[in-house]
Design a binder for this molecule. Structure first.
Ligand code: SF4
Ligand code: FES
Length: 250
């Protein structure tokens, strides 16, 4: 297996201790089949044990190793070093506050995710809780939302989104895609509960359809398409509500 020495310029920062972020350079002899995560693990194991970053699965499933690689949001376990030149710059995901080195603060993303209730909401789930059976689906029903269900919460789409960078009130690509995923699920009855967040100004209407979220998504979720479909659904709901107001609506 061929080997190549690559210089990794890695951002280092400990808020409260370091006056500002700085880059530290490590020279690493990389195997041709290594991904950036392999190089970081090599640095941590053999050169500098203080380097901090998140990872778990090494197979693009857990979503924890998102970082900027040469300025683009990538999963470090999916970014092959052979696709880059002799120098690779590694930084924490853009837009999020840095907790330490390549680790970012996920609280804002997790709050937004929670706000759209990304789970199946049932008015009456007795069928499951009382052991009376399952809510079954046909393959065609699964196909409606399957793509949007592939999200691994890696936050690459947020770091690529110019709207989120300008306005962190924006609920953002992944949370809106997951809201849409559950709204499309035939077992779910939570559309009304999600509406205040999804159809608000900070929800789908804040998206200016740049599409970078879909371009960087490592799981082909296509959050931009989910958000545009969400706009159509919100508009349809609005006009239906005008034509057929429910009891209690003004
Ligand atoms: S939509 Fe794609 S890029 Fe965004 S969090 Fe989910 S998997 Fe990651
Ligand atoms: S380590 Fe799990 S997605 Fe990269």
């Amino acid at each position: 297996m061929s080997e190549r020495t690559i210089e990794f310029e890695v951002l280092r920062y400990r808020p409260g201790t370091d006056p500002e972020p700085t880059f530290q350079t490590y020279r690493v002899a990389c195997q041709d089949d290594w991904v950036v995560l392999d190089a970081l693990n090599h640095i941590k194991d053999t050169i500098d044990g203080t380097l901090s970053y998140r990872w778990s699965c090494h197979m693009a499933v857990c979503g924890s190793c998102g970082m900027q690689v040469n300025g683009e949001p990538k999963l470090a376990c999916k970014a092959f070093v052979r696709d880059y030149g002799g120098r690779i710059r590694v930084e924490p995901l853009a837009t999020f506050p840095i907790e330490r080195d390549l680790i970012v603060d996920m609280d804002d993303f997790l709050d937004k995710l929670q706000s759209v209730k990304p789970w199946i909401v049932r008015e009456d789930d007795a069928k499951v809780t009382e052991g009376e059976g399952e809510y079954r689906q046909k393959p065609a029903e699964l196909t409606r939302y399957r793509q949007f269900s592939m999200c691994i919460n890696c936050m690459l789409c947020y770091s690529a989104c110019p709207q989120y960078a300008l306005n962190t009130d924006f609920i953002g690509p992944a949370a809106l895609a997951l809201a849409h995923r559950y709204n499309l699920d035939g077992r779910d009855q939570g559309n009304e509960e999600r509406k205040d967040v999804v159809a608000s100004h900070a929800g789908v209407w804040d998206c200016t359809f740049v599409g970078q979220c879909s371009a960087v998504c490592p799981k082909d979720v296509d959050p931009a398409a989910a958000i545009q479909q969400g706009k159509i659904a919100a508009t349809t709901d609005f006009f239906l509500g005008m034509l057929m107001p429910k009891k209690g609506d003004k």
